[in-house]
Design a binder for this molecule. Structure first.
Ligand SMILES: Nc1ncnc2c1ncn2[C@@H]1O[C@H](COP(=O)(O)OP(=O)(O)OP(=O)(O)O)[C@@H](O)[C@H]1O
Length: 319
């Protein structure tokens, strides 16, 4: 896999980018950077502008406003051919000729892109997606998951330094989706920058170094754990077999604990600044108060919680 750029310039740098179709704004005011080798998740509800962003950065359509560099080159019509040599775009549906075999499909697309060393490229791409033994099978006979892998092999033919994957696991069962995740992990290890749009938040959480949440404009961007910490206060949940006789005497003034309250099921929820300090202090205080503790656990907000919190406040997106 080539990492042809010798500088440490970002793989993608986007400034004030917008795309409008007549009166309809697909996305606007988009500014972000993606580092080389990063797996960058692009999340958002239906109609948020994800595919249009991918098509714009992938040189398929021109932006209405703003600027970008893609794989080190300014996104201009003149640079279109050179950018397309350095990137690849795998659309949601792999677009294969079902009557042709896997290898015939790949030969066709290699020819379309006027690639050299076609046999070596196809062998390498098939090895990368573990499909060498299916090279001579007609695509018609492959499962949806295997077709998706052929689509990925197709996207790898030109050794892209930036790979755009639009919903790569859409419609796949959990086992096939996991196989695609493993392939993405493998590409990351080889230094390929991956721009991944997905509706699967657990997928983004597992695969992505950083994520952006889009709803026509960018709502947030950061590492999944950073976003969780920004949006949700940390809490400790405590359950005891009997209510505490004097909870204020147990919880007030504990190190790392800001406040506390009872929850609907008769447990206690402590808002904490530092769980590593608060959890042992709370444990000691509960033991000293002779409490029968059933559980003491730190809250775990998922990327899905972050997403829902941000998107819910937006209301319906027109699509
Ligand atoms: N060629 C087009 N002409 C007119 N409007 C378009 C065109 N392509 C996209 N749009 C509009 O732009 C908006 C963003 O669409 P886009 O497909 O980028 O969203 P998305 O986030 O990829 O959605 P989904 O998750 O459903 O695929 C939508 O309102 C869509 O109807």
């Amino acid at each position: 896999m080539s990492t042809t750029l010798k500088t440490t310039s970002p793989a993608l740098a986007v400034t004030g980018l917008a795309k409008r179709f007549g009166p309809r704004t697909a996305f606007a005011d988009l500014s972000f950077q993606v580092d080389q080798g990063e797996v960058f998740g692009f999340l958002g509800p239906n109609g948020a502008g994800k595919t249009t962003t991918v098509r714009t950065l992938g040189t398929l359509i021109a932006p209405s406003e703003g600027s970008a560099t893609v794989a080190g080159l300014p996104l201009t019509p003149e640079n279109g051919i050179e950018i397309r040599k350095r990137i690849s775009l795998m659309p949601e549906s792999p677009g294969l000729y079902l009557r042709l075999t896997v290898a015939e499909n790949l030969r066709f697309f290699a020819g379309l892109h006027e690639l050299t060393d076609v046999k070596e490229r196809i062998d390498r791409a098939l090895r990368a997606v573990n499909l060498t033994d299916r090279a001579d099978d007609p695509c018609r006979s492959l499962s949806k998951g295997l077709r998706q892998r052929v689509g990925l092999a197709r996207a790898l033919l030109n050794d892209p330094s930036v790979l755009f994957l639009d919903e790569p696991t859409s419609g796949l069962d959990p086992v096939s989706a996991r196989e695609v995740h493993e392939l993405i992990d493998g590409l990351r290890r080889r230094g390929v920058t991956i721009f991944l749009t997905t509706h699967r938040l657990a997928e983004a959480e597992r695969l992505c170094d950083r994520v952006a949440i889009l709803n026509t404009t960018l709502r947030t961007i950061g590492r999944p754990d950073e976003l969780r910490d920004q949006l949700f206060s940390k809490t400790l949940g405590i359950r005891t077999s009997r209510p505490l006789a004097d909870p204020a005497a147990v919880f007030d003034g504990l190190p790392g604990v800001e406040s506390w309250q009872t929850d609907d099921s008769g447990g206690y929820v402590l808002a904490v600044t530092d769980p590593d300090l608060a959890a042992p202090a709370a444990t000691r205080a509960l033991v000293a108060a002779d409490a029968d503790v059933l559980s003491l656990s730190q809250s775990h907000h998922s990327l899905e919680d972050v997403y829902l919190q941000l998107i819910d406040t937006d209301g319906e997106t027109a699509s």
